[in-house]
Design a protein around this ligand. Structure first.
Ligand SMILES: [Zn+2]
Length: 248
């Protein structure tokens, strides 16, 4: 069994960009069961997509298929969805939070600021939230305070999880966006969510989007993450929620 599993819940080819990316869910094991980072699109999104979901998926050219949902793909990786007890969300946009209703028993960890932003629904980032995704009343675990340091990044330790996992607040893409870091047998995995440009170390990919666009879309973390990658790439595996499909 590998240290972590990446499941693509929504292949995408955004219009106007020559990239093939995905909408990834990351799964790894802790002492208390499987932990899932982000949740992609849920079964309800596929069976009964909202107008905004349809518009967004048409723009990024993501086919909404039930077989792509995380809960449907897990058996292929020998993961029983019943043992997914915790979901940690980088943020609550519709392509990250849609699947949480497929796991109503799971605790859902997220920054309190992000839930507040999603509920208030304001600004350009507010367009990407769908309150139907948390209508079932998840068992929220909300985070307010920095209590740790992760490679120089102020971090919040995820409650009741061994070995430790951290939320790293990185506002920009949304007000309460967080990267997620977890330990594996050899070093760390950093899921940068939508704050990190996919494919660190692939210079040809870095050149594909102009700097102002990346800053507008992801917040101001590209340079810091690039430095972290250069200094610690032998001990940190970098992931992105929208990893390029041809980059690994
Ligand atoms: Zn987003």
């Amino acid at each position: 069994m590998p240290d972590f599993v990446q499941i693509d819940c929504g292949p995408m080819q955004p219009r106007g960009l020559r990239i093939h990316a995905g909408t990834f869910v990351t799964l790894f094991r802790r002492d208390q069961g499987w932990v899932m980072i982000d949740s992609g699109y849920g079964v309800t999104d596929v069976r009964n997509p909202s107008l905004i979901t349809r518009i967004f998926c048409a723009f990024v050219r993501t086919p909404l298929k039930e077989e792509n949902c995380a809960i449907q793909q897990m058996p292929r990786f020998s993961i029983n969805p019943k043992y997914v007890n915790d979901i940690i969300l980088t943020h609550l946009h519709l392509d990250h939070a849609g699947g949480i209703s497929d796991f109503p028993w799971a605790r859902v960890h997220v920054l309190r600021k992000e839930l507040q932003a999603a509920r208030s629904h304001r600004g350009r980032q507010g367009i990407g939230y769908l309150s139907r995704h948390w209508k079932h009343g998840p068992d929220w675990k909300l985070y307010d305070h920095i209590d740790s340091d992760w490679f120089g990044f102020p971090a919040m330790r995820v409650a009741d999880m061994q070995p430790e996992v951290y939320l790293i607040p990185t506002p920009g893409h949304t007000r309460g966006h967080a990267m997620i870091a977890f330990q594996v047998s050899k070093g760390w995995v950093l899921q940068t969510g939508s704050a990190g440009y996919p494919s660190y170390g692939h210079d040809e990919d870095q050149a594909r989007a102009p700097g102002w666009f990346k800053h507008w879309l992801m917040g101001d973390y590209t340079a810091r993450l690039q430095t972290l990658w250069q200094e610690h790439r032998d001990e940190i595996t970098f992931l992105s929620s929208h990893e390029f499909r041809n980059s690994r």
